[in-house]
Ligand binder design. Structure first.
Ligand SMILES: Nc1ncnc2c1ncn2[C@@H]1O[C@H](COP(=O)(O)OP(=O)(O)OP(=O)(O)O)[C@@H](O)[C@H]1O
Ligand SMILES: [Mg+2]
Length: 316
């Protein structure tokens, strides 16, 4: 439903988006990740027809965004970064205004407004002037406007930015429930959010795709994936590290830290090795006791750093 080919955007000497090509299919929730200035918002602005590319092509639901922006935009709901709202209007009048501008059926508009108001929890503020709303409520109004016409394609630029933890949770649930039969592209700086709502993660840096895969694949790239963190009493730390470090399935021991009388360290697996059984067997027969043991699924922040800076974290 979204197809992007060789999309490039330059601002003078800056190449914000550098030859991006990808497709997003119905049912997919694509999470855009990347450092500040990576080109996420610029890409979203081009997909929604708000900014024209320097070169490249974009199709949304079969409509060419450059040649027939109106047809494409009718199928898109867009929550921009810092979504513009009329401060003098209240959420209800703003939604009516946008509904009419979108040519929605006037007879059904009020019912749809009530429905959307419940979905994004705006009930308490529907008749309050927008300029007097808190940041999170303004964000929710922006989201309400984006989903009002029940579009097939949703482009959400940091949809949970500024929301409290309960609202973040609610909005993620909402995105998940809406995703069937739609294409959703969202950007976020919250790595866990990608795992919570996205079927696909894309890391962009300097306008280029650095990673494209499932959130699980992203996490699995972490040097911590499959590692085991062990805690023992500090008086036994040396023995435990030696006994466990000697295992053939352990490539090395790292990340040693000591808090009060507890020492923690991480056993990194040798290629393709599974550590758990061997570690448990050694621990069961040892002179020392395990205080805790946890298998790591990998750290997204660790992969993010590696992928976007080319830097490998120390100890790798
Ligand atoms: N209108 C503009 N004029 C000049 N440069 C721009 C313009 N819009 C964006 N840029 C530049 O393009 C680059 C990409 O910006 P963009 O807003 O797409 O980043 P982003 O990935 O959304 O970052 P953030 O995570 O901070 O939102 C930046 O270097 C930015 O300064
Ligand atoms: Mg941005």
């Amino acid at each position: 439903m979204i197809e992007i080919q060789n999309l490039t955007k330059r601002f003078g000497p800056i190449t914000a988006v550098d030859d991006l090509s990808f497709r997003v299919q119905s049912g997919e929730v694509l999470g855009f990740l990347g450092p500040n200035g990576a080109g996420k918002s610029t890409t979203m602005k081009m997909v929604t027809g708000f900014l024209s590319p320097t070169s490249g092509a974009i199709q949304v639901c079969g409509h060419d965004v450059l040649k027939d922006a109106a047809a494409a935009q009718a199928r898109i709901g867009y929550l921009p970064e810092g979504a513009p709202l009329y401060p003098d209007m209240n959420p209800r009048s703003m939604m009516r205004f946008v509904g009419r501008a979108r040519d929605m059926d006037v007879a059904r508009l009020d019912a749809r407004i009530d429905e959307v108001c419940r979905l994004v929890h705006l009930e308490a503020v529907m008749d309050q002037r927008i300029e007097t709303l808190s940041k999170g409520f303004k964000r929710r109004v922006g989201l309400a406007l984006a989903i009002l016409h029940d579009p097939e394609v949703l482009v959400l630029d940091e949809p949970t930015d500024g929301l409290d933890p309960n609202q973040k949770h609610e909005v993620r649930e909402l995105i998940r429930t809406m995703s069937a039969g739609k294409v959703i592209v969202l950007s976020t700086h919250i790595l866990e959010e990608v795992e919570a709502v996205c079927t696909r993660a894309m890391i962009v840096a300097q306008g280029r795709i650095k990673f494209d895969g499932t959130p699980a694949e992203l996490r699995a790239r972490s040097r911590f994936a499959g590692a085991i963190e062990v805690a023992v009493h500090t008086s036994h730390a040396e023995d435990a590290q030696r006994d466990l470090g000697d295992l053939a399935c352990v490539s090395h021991v790292g990340e040693v830290s000591e808090v009060e009388s507890e020492t923690r360290f991480v056993l990194f697996p040798a290629a393709e090795a599974a550590l758990l059984e061997d570690v448990q067997r050694v621990a069961a027969g040892a002179e020392w006791d395990l205080l805790s043991l946890a298998v790591d699924r990998g750290h997204m922040d660790d992969v993010f750093r590696t992928v976007t800076t080319g830097e490998t974290a120390e100890g790798a």
